[in-house]
Design a protein around this ligand. Structure first.
Ligand SMILES: *Cc1c(COP(=O)(O)O)cnc(C)c1O
Length: 434
C-alpha cells in the first residue's frame, strides 16, 4: 500500500517511508491511498477468529505486501500480548477496556505495533534506531514500554522532574537495557526543546539514527482499528449487532482508527466523539466554525488538546463532505464538574471505577441514548486504568481502585534513571556517550 499526504494526493510514499518520516514535508498527514474493503465473508465469520487472527487480516489488507505475511503475523501477535474485553454495565451499556497493556492505556496498541514495525525495517538494514521522546506522562510510558526489549532499538525518554504521577514514573524507570529514562530538572516544554535541538544537531545525526515515534505516525493508528473489530466479535456473542461506539477524544486518533474500521466494512451504526472542555470538534459539528484554540487544562488531561492533529485525517476520509460526516458522527463535550459527578454515578450504580477519560465517554453515551432512544448497543471506549490518575478520585473511591499486579511488581524492580539539568550541553554530552 502507498500512502499520500492529506495536503497533496499526488505525493505518495511507501509504508516504510511513511513510518520513518511520520510527517510529510508539506505538513499534511499520511493516509493509505485507498481504504481496502474487507471481504464480507470476513465479517460473517468473524465469530470464529481470535483477536490475533482477525487483526492479522485487517493489517494485511492495509499494509499489503510491504511486510511478508509471516513477519506481519509475528508483529501482530507480539503487539496483542494482552486482551481488550467488552464489559457490560448495570445500565445495559458496555465499556471496551483498552487498558490491559503494559502502560495501562490504549496507547499501548499503537506504541507496540509502531515499535515492532520500526524494528522490522531497521533490522533489515542492520542499524540501531534511536528514539527520542519527551513526555508529560502518558505517551512516554506507552512508547518506552512499547520498545522495551525490542531488538535494534534504543529509547531515550525525557520527563520533567516531579511532574509525572508515581505509577507513570515507575513505568519509565524500570525497563530493560534499551530504555533510558532521563529526569530533567525543568518543565515538559524544556524536555521537548532538548529533543528538538538534538534532532537538528549535526554531530548527533552523524553518530545516531534518530526517529521521533511521533503520535501522529500512521503505524500507531492501524493497530487501533483492530480492537473495534474485536469488540464487534464480542458483542455478537452478547446478541448485539447494532453498535454505537463512544470515543473519548483529544487528538482524535482513536476515532480515526474506528472510522478506518468502518470504511473497511465493520458494521457500525454511529460514532459519538466525547471531549472535555477542549470542544473545538463538538462546536464545529454543532454548526459553528472550526476554530482551534490553546489547550485548556482539565481532569481528563490526556484529552487536553486545543487543535486536534487527526481532524484533517477524518475530513479526508469523508472527502471533506461535512454533511456526510455529520450523519455518522455526533460530538458532545463535558466539563470537569460533570465528569466528577459521572465518576461517582458509575461507581454507585455499577460498582465500576472509570478513569476520567472513560467517564467523559460514559456521559456522552448517556446523552446520546436520551437524544436517540433505541436498542442499539452503546459501547464507551475505556482508555486508561484509573490507578494512573489517583488525584482525580474522592478517597472512598480511590481506596477501592484495584492496583494491577504488574504495577505492584514494578515497585520491587530496580530503578534506572539519569538526572540532568535542562541545559542542552548536558543532554548532548550524554547522547554523545552512546
Ligand atoms: C491519548 C488519550 C486519549 C485521547 O485519544 P486520541 O486518540 O488522542 O483522541 C484519551 N484517553 C486517554 C487515557 C489517552 O491517553
Amino acid at each position: 500500500m502507498k500512502f499520500y499526504s492529506t495536503n497533496n494526493k499526488q505525493l505518495s510514499v511507501s509504508f516504510k517511508d511513511a513510518v520513518f518520516n511520520s510527517l510529510p514535508r508539506d505538513r499534511g498527514l499520511y493516509m493509505p491511498l485507498s481504504i481496502p474493503k474487507l471481504n464480507p465473508n470476513f465479517i460473517d465469520n468473524i465469530h470464529a477468529l481470535s483477536f490475533q487472527e482477525l487483526a492479522l487480516e485487517v493489517a494485511r489488507a492495509i499494509i499489503e505486501d510491504d511486510i511478508p505475511s509471516d513477519d506481519l503475523k509475528k508483529i501482530v501477535d507480539d503487539t496483542l500480548s494482552f486482551d481488550a474485553p467488552v464489559v457490560k454495565l448495570g445500565d445495559g451499556s458496555y465499556v471496551l477496556e483498552l487498558f490491559h497493556g503494559p502502560s495501562l492505556a490504549f496507547k499501548d496498541f499503537g506504541a507496540r505495533f509502531m515499535s515492532r514495525i520500526m524494528a522490522y525495517f531497521s533490522q533489515k538494514n542492520d542499524v540501531t534506531l534511536d528514539v527520542l521522546v519527551a513526555t508529560s506522562g502518558d505517551t512516554g510510558g506507552a512508547v518506552a514500554l512499547g520498545f522495551d526489549g525490542v531488538p535494534n532499538t534504543r529509547v531515550t525518554i525525557l520527563y520533567p522532574k516531579g511532574k509525572v504521577s508515581p505509577v507513570q514514573e515507575l513505568q519509565l524507570c524500570t525497563n530493560g537495557g534499551n530504555i533510558q529514562a532521563i529526569e530533567v530538572d525543568g518543565t515538559f516544554d524544556d524536555c521537548q526543546d532538548l529533543v528538538k535541538k538534538a534532532f537538528n544537531d549535526d554531530d548527533i545525526n552523524k553518530k545516531l539514527t534518530l526517529t521521533s515515534a511521533n503520535s501522529i505516525n500512521i503505524s500507531r493508528l492501524i493497530p487501533q482499528s483492530f480492537y473495534y473489530f474485536n469488540a464487534y466479535r464480542q458483542l455478537l456473542q452478547e446478541g448485539e449487532k447494532d453498535i454505537v461506539f463512544v470515543v473519548p477524544s483529544g487528538n482524535f486518533g482513536n476515532l480515526t482508527a474506528g472510522l478506518f474500521a468502518y470504511k473497511m466494512g465493520l458494521p457500525v451504526k454511529h460514532f459519538v466523539a466525547a471531549t472535555n472542555a477542549n470542544d473545538v470538534v463538538p462546536r464545529f459539528l454543532n454548526g459553528q466554525s472550526y476554530e482551534p484554540q490553546a489547550a485548556i487544562q482539565t481532569i481528563s488531561n490526556a484529552m487536553d488538546v486545543g487543535n486536534p492533529s487527526n481532524w484533517s485525517r477524518i475530513l479526508d476520509l469523508f472527502g471533506n463532505d461535512v454533511d456526510e460526516l455529520k450523519k455518522l458522527i455526533t460530538a458532545y463535550s463535558f466539563n470537569d464538574d460533570e465528569t466528577h459527578v459521572a465518576i461517582e454515578q458509575i461507581y454507585q450504580k455499577d460498582n465500576y471505577i472509570a478513569c476520567p477519560h472513560t467517564a467523559v465517554a460514559w456521559l456522552a453515551a448517556q446523552r446520546y441514548r436520551s437524544e436517540q432512544p433505541s436498542d442499539d448497543a452503546i459501547v464507551s471506549l475505556s482508555t486508561a486504568h484509573p490507578c494512573k490518575f489517583p488525584d482525580v478520585f474522592p478517597e472512598t473511591i480511590r481506596d477501592n481502585i484495584e492496583i494491577p499486579d504488574t504495577v505492584n511488581a514494578l515497585k520491587n524492580k530496580d530503578q534506572n534513571k539519569v538526572k540532568l539539568s535542562n541545559s542542552y550541553d548536558d543532554f548532548k554530552a550524554f547522547l554523545m556517550t552512546y
